[in-house]
Design a protein around this ligand. Structure first.
Ligand SMILES: Cc1cc2nc3c(=O)[nH]c(=O)nc-3n(C[C@H](O)[C@H](O)[C@H](O)COP(=O)(O)OP(=O)(O)OC[C@H]3O[C@@H](n4cnc5c(N)ncnc54)[C@H](O)[C@@H]3O)c2cc1C
Length: 469
């Protein structure tokens, strides 16, 4: 393999970096210290054309490769590669442009895939528009949107990928395709959830929309309000759960503690918090960071809650909405973390929950992650373990999987477990594709075989979920 890597590096010397270079060290930076696997080289193309040429060489020499976007996925090796392979990093694919859409009205944001969310929100702020994507600064657009993308505008659009107007993608035969709903309807549909199975996305056109008054932040409730916060979530969902202006996530960072992360974008010309959150605003709190904001302000907050430099593992599960059960699961999770992992240095064990109403999920009917015949609201949960030392890796990861299984058993016993797994939050033992509708998975496999008949993205691409083998 080393001689193949050297041949590859000699073909594209200006953008291929071997382990002794500073560029290689720079590209080794991932959000989670557990995921980097020491590839033979890192390829950092400066254009889609250069990327296509590199992919052609990798295929010709049968060199295994992986694709790194923002490097935020917590699964080991999903965006990295073991000895001998090449990591293709999209970090140098920069460039942003706002394009008038003429007769259809409005604008689209044309963004190369290496652009960060901070760069996007700063760029759009002065123009009074925004896009649907994440509310943290550092995850990559690639991984986030190609898995669907949860955004605070979930009630308005469903998955953020529903706002993609066009993909530019380098396919297995090294062609650069502009993929729209009209030009390649099958590939356009599949790319909205297929992550790294159909090609390497180099550019996106995203629908923009006007932003209004933005409020964001978190209410951190007093321990005495623990149960009341779940009741507030219940009342809020019943009364306001489909409002296009809100995004709410309940989160527990430790035993007895719960906070509500709140987002609002809508009409509200006042210095008082938007009344739509009245059920949460009324509870006793130890602190609140919820305030008038802007998109650049919203994403700056993320540096405080999700810093680099730790080891991490995530897990996901879904239940039908039952806030009493949700409270029990949060308590179970935190009690178990305290019982089993209180001696872990740097240990932090967070659990998050997002309610997804039937009406909002209906907006996903045209994507590969659609759920057929959803009759009740569901709650997507994520368990997020953080720790400091490699010696604790196996212990924390196995506990994270164990507690997820236990939570699932509790939900099943109540008849409230739902099989759906959000792919961007699933860990390497969780087969999110298997939780999707079989008819959609059959279609995904067919499309993969049409655009990638030699299975480059199933066999030569390492890391990340696969559709077939
Ligand atoms: C701090 C933090 C905040 C988050 N916030 C949100 C959120 O608000 N909403 C949400 O939905 N999720 C969120 N996530 C989850 C996030 O969507 C996933 O972790 C996602 O996989 C990260 O994408 P990435 O490009 O940064 O990661 P990477 O690890 O680089 O990539 C993830 C996967 O996508 C593939 N990929 C990346 N770019 C491309 C490309 N251009 N073409 C083809 N394949 C590609 C990679 O090969 C890999 O398999 C968050 C995660 C973290 C750590």
């Amino acid at each position: 393999m080393t001689s193949s890597i050297n041949t590859f590096a000699a073909t594209l010397p200006q953008s291929t970096f071997l382990p002794d270079s500073s560029e290689y060290q720079g590209a080794s930076k991932y959000w989670t210290d557990t995921v980097f696997l020491k590839p033979g080289a890192v390829f950092i193309p400066n254009s889609a054309e250069e990327l296509a040429k590199g992919l052609e060489q990798l295929v010709e020499h049968q060199i295994s490769f992986s694709i790194k976007g923002g490097g935020h996925n917590a699964n080991r090796g999903w965006a990295s590669n073991s000895d001998g392979g090449v990591v293709i990093s999209t970090s140098n694919l920069k460039g942003l442009e706002l394009i008038e859409t003429g007769s259809e009205g409005g604008t689209v944001l044309r963004t190369n895939i290496g652009i960060t969310l901070t760069e996007i929100y700063d760029f759009l702020e002065e123009k009074g528009t925004t896009i649907a994507a994440g509310n943290q600064a550092t995850p990559g657009l690639g991984g986030l949107l190609l898995g669907g993308g949860l955004s605070p505008y979930w009630n308005r659009f469903g998955f953020a990928a529903n706002t993609i107007v066009s993909f530019q993608v380098v396919t297995a035969d090294s062609k650069i395709l502009d993929v729209t709903a009209k030009s390649h309807p099958d590939l356009f549909w599949a790319l909205k959830g297929g992550i790294c199975n159909f090609g390497i996305v180099t550019r996106l056109d995203l629908k923009t929309f006007a932003r209004q008054n933005i409020w964001a932040g978190a209410h951190i409730f007093a321990p005495t309000s623990f149960g009341a916060a779940f009741d507030a979530l219940d009342s809020f969902t019943t009364e306001e759960g489909n409002s296009p202006h809100v995004g709410v996530m309940l989160m527990s960072p430790a035993k007895g503690m719960v906070m509500a992360s709140l987002f609002y974008d809508g009409p509200h010309d006042s210095d008082e918090p938007p009344p739509v959150f009245r059920h949460f605003n009324a509870l006793p709190m130890v602190n609140s960071t919820f305030k008038k904001s802007s998109w650049p302000g919203v994403v700056k907050f993320s540096f405080m809650v999700a810093p680099y430099g730790f080891r991490r593992y995530v897990s996901t599960s879904t239940i039908y909405k039952d806030t009493k059960l949700l409270q029990r699961l949060f308590e179970l999770y935190q009690s178990s973390a305290q019982e089993h992992l209180s001696d872990i240095e740097g240990g932090e064990f967070h659990i998050f929950a997002n309610v997804m109403t039937v009406a909002a999920f209906e907006k996903n009917r045209d994507g590969p992650w659609a759920i057929d015949n959803l009759k009740e609201d569901i709650v997507g949960m994520m368990q997020w373990s953080t720790w400091k030392h490699a010696k604790d890796d196996e212990r924390v990861m196995r506990w994270t999987e164990m507690i997820s299984d236990e939570m699932k058993r509790v939900a099943e016993a109540e008849g409230k477990s739902h099989k759906y797994l959000y792919i961007n939050n699933a860990n390497e033992t969780q087969d999110a594709f298997a939780s999707w509708e079989p008819r959609n998975m059959d279609q995904m496999r067919e499309i993969s075989k049409k655009y990638d008949p030699n299975a480059v993205f199933q066999k030569l691409r390492s890391g990340g979920p696969k559709l077939w083998s």
